[in-house]
Design a binder for this molecule. Sequence first.
Ligand code: UDP
Ligand code: MG
Length: 315
Amino acid sequence: MYLSMVVPCFNEEHGLQRLHDALVAALSGRVRDYEVILVDDGSTDRTLREARRLAALNPRFRYVSLSRNFGKEAAMLCGLRHARGGRVALLDADLQHPPRLLRRMLALLDSGYDQVVARRGRDGENRVRSALSKMYYWACRRLVDVRLQDGVGDFRVLSRRAVDAVLSLPEYHRFSKGLFAWIGFDTAYVSFRNVPRGGGGSRWTFGALVNYGIDGLTSFNSRPLRLSIYLGVLVALLAGGYVLFVVANTIVDGVHVPGYATLLAGVLGLGGVQLLFLGVLGEYLGKSYFEAKRRPHYLVKESSPEFHPQARALR
Ligand code: UDP
Ligand code: MG
């Protein structure tokens, strides 16, 4: 069955040739029909030129170039939409997703699974970062309906059925990890050791990861909003009890003026909780605002001839 490989690329000019060689080495003789779709996500270096060159060199390689940097999620969506294979693989351009695993993953897919996911170990990673990741996944398990797994990234092989299912989800804010978990279907896992990045640094700053995490927590249900109701009820009950106590105390004991600490703690504590949940509320409101605009996820600037509309009509 035809295999489409989708590779989002942002400023990967130095990695593409290496990726090309690794993919060809991993697939030649094993997979007969395949295409590699390089999605240039508005790179500011010569990634597009490299993609054009590889596409001219190797007919299995083709590219789509976006009009600006829309982010990896948009680039992956673009690649999935262009993929025509009965099986579709998603992998990073920086060789952190080793192509040699593809063979095992494809074999599993062919044995009847709809998704085969590569799970990465965290060795060699910053300790603080992996501890924070563990905490995050713990919180996710409690707050999010779909099961997100630690170490599971976007490296996966999907059946046509699974790809169509993901493409049928129209939301603007895409959190792929969650979308892939949401569609379900039989999923198999393959483990691999963490590979340091081939060249350049990770595009993920700590702040970007925190934002990504918040997106994950608020993309799947409104449980964080529900949490604010629970907390509100709890605080209201406590406050009610305390008011009763104060009133009773005043009746029995007369008026006592001190209470500065209690007052301050109450005002500040409640203020903080209110701001937090105002933020949560705003997060959902903001998401609805973006969904309501119904903007496209990305715009295509240029693509290889295979993807031109007239070529599509001929196929
Ligand atoms: N990427 C992309 N658009 C972006 C950022 C990243 O297409 O805005 C691509 C990048 O070229 C790479 C993959 O997404 O192929 C993963 O990026 P990176 O290696 O920076 O992330 P990490 O491996 O640290 O998760
Ligand atoms: Mg990487």
